[in-house]
Design a binder for this molecule. Structure first.
Ligand code: ZN
Length: 424
């Protein structure tokens, strides 16, 4: 089983980002994990295992922090008892990496050592997500003392010796099942059976419903998280059972002509305000004839009881993506699409010099105010508070989305100044 343990430890080590705080329980597999964490920068490790603390202390980077729980030492070099529990309970970590003596559908994760079970439970409570490291021989083994239910684990890392039924049962219980293969050294990841635990659980996994519980939700009233706006929204699931299911729209015609003489936006045609479009052969930008924002709006503030208003300055531009009436972004080749994206970028840069907030968006279809199915609208807007200006409001939805996406963006790019959408 040593080869399995090493592979399991390797797969688990890949789940540890730098700069995080984790807990590691006592055990041979978790010791193998600790040996693989010595190079991870800025790691803080809380453990009740003397060997785990020792390997990180001796071989770990100088910027790592090791917290040994204290407590009474067992023959297996774990620290247990009230001292260990008291120290662990006073701390909070991101992920808890726990070995398990037994793993069973009904009994969950178990151990023969009652005091160690208590310490491990304290470790689990100190963390936001539980990762269990257990080779396939642990499946069906039951120790006298319960540590956690299977569903309490966010991730189980085990080996491909696990039979098909066990794989199915485990993947239904947890968000993620990771299987290492000794023959190939390959790693297979199985996400939770119906994917339902992915989402808010992704962020923490703490107390999140998993598996069958979440799969019942679509037919019941529930709240759902909108990650873009950082809001919880009520879902009235019963609505889909009502006889009135909403207005039916006929799909737009698919066989559009390359040129439409009655279109306001096609090359050479006259627009609603009487201006004639040039015979453009690539992209075409002009100021919206019916702009929602104007650069010369008089600055007025109204404070009249419940009525409070402030005028807003800005501009709105329209971009025609192509001279072809029938060519939408999704049907362009990469070179054509790149031309459009480059134009977004240059427009964003030039409008960004005049206005603190620039928003790029695409309008599709008549209900959205787009008179032509293949053209899109782009808008430069001024919102003083976006840069701490005159105290007006930010454009709430885009500002929220920008803020909600900021952490993910920092992860991908390694940092950078936040700017309005389209400026990245
Ligand atoms: Zn047209």
């Amino acid at each position: 089983m040593q080869a399995e343990k090493e592979l399991i430890a390797g797969a688990a080590a890949s789940l540890v980002p730098s700069g995080t705080a984790i807990a590691i329980s006592a055990g041979t597999t978790t010791y193998a994990l600790a040996k693989r964490l010595t190079d991870i920068p800025g790691l803080t490790v809380l453990t009740n295992s003397v060997p785990v603390a020792e390997v990180l202390y001796k071989d770990g980077r100088p910027d790592q922090t090791v917290i040994l729980s204290g407590g009474v030492r067992t023959p297996s070099d774990a620290l247990v008892g009230p001292f260990a529990v008291a120290v662990i309970r006073s701390l909070h970590v991101d992920s808890v990496f726990m070995g398990s003596h037994g793993m069973d559908l009904r009994s969950g994760f178990t151990t023969p050592n009652i005091l160690e079970a208590e310490t491990n439970r304290a470790l689990i409570e100190a963390g936001r997500r539980l990762v269990v490291l257990a080779d396939s021989t642990k499946w069906g083994t039951i120790g006298i003392s319960s540590v956690a239910r299977l569903e309490e684990a966010d991730t189980i890392v085990t080996d491909s010796g696990l039979d098909a039924t066990a794989r199915q049962q485990l993947s239904a219980a947890v968000r993620r099942l990771i299987l290492v293969d000794v023959a190939t050294s390959g790693v297979q990841t199985i996400e939770g059976e119906d994917g339902s635990a992915v989402g808010p659980g992704e962020l923490g996994g703490n107390g999140v419903s998993k598996g069958s519980t979440a799969s019942q939700l679509p037919s019941q009233p529930h709240r759902r998280y909108n990650a873009l706006s950082d809001e919880w929204l009520l879902v009235s699931a019963e609505r889909t059972s009502r006889p009135w299911l909403g207005r039916q729209e006929t799909p737009p015609p698919q066989d559009l002509p390359a040129y439409d003489p009655s279109c306001y936006l096609c090359p050479g045609n006259v627009r609603a305000n009487g201006e004639r479009n040039p015979e453009y052969d690539s992209t075409f930008v002009f100021t919206n004839d019916f702009a929602a924002l104007q650069p010369d709006t008089p600055l007025v503030t109204i404070e009249d009881g419940l009525l409070r208003a402030k005028s807003e300055r800005g501009t709105c531009k329209v971009i025609c993506f192509s001279p072809r009436h029938d060519l939408s972004l999704s049907r362009m080749n990469a070179t054509q699409a790149r031309t459009v994206v480059d134009l977004w970028a240059t427009q964003t840069a030039s409008l960004g010099e005049q206005f603190p907030w620039v928003q790029v968006f695409e309008n599709r279809g008549a209900p959205m105010g787009a008179s032509n199915p293949t053209r899109t609208v782009r808008s430069g807007r001024r919102h003083p508070a976006a840069r701490g200006g005159e105290g007006g409001r930010d454009p709430v939805p885009p500002f929220r989305r920008d803020r909600s996406q900021a952490p993910a963006r920092l992860c991908r790019t390694g940092g950078g100044r936040r700017q309005g959408p389209g400026k990245r």
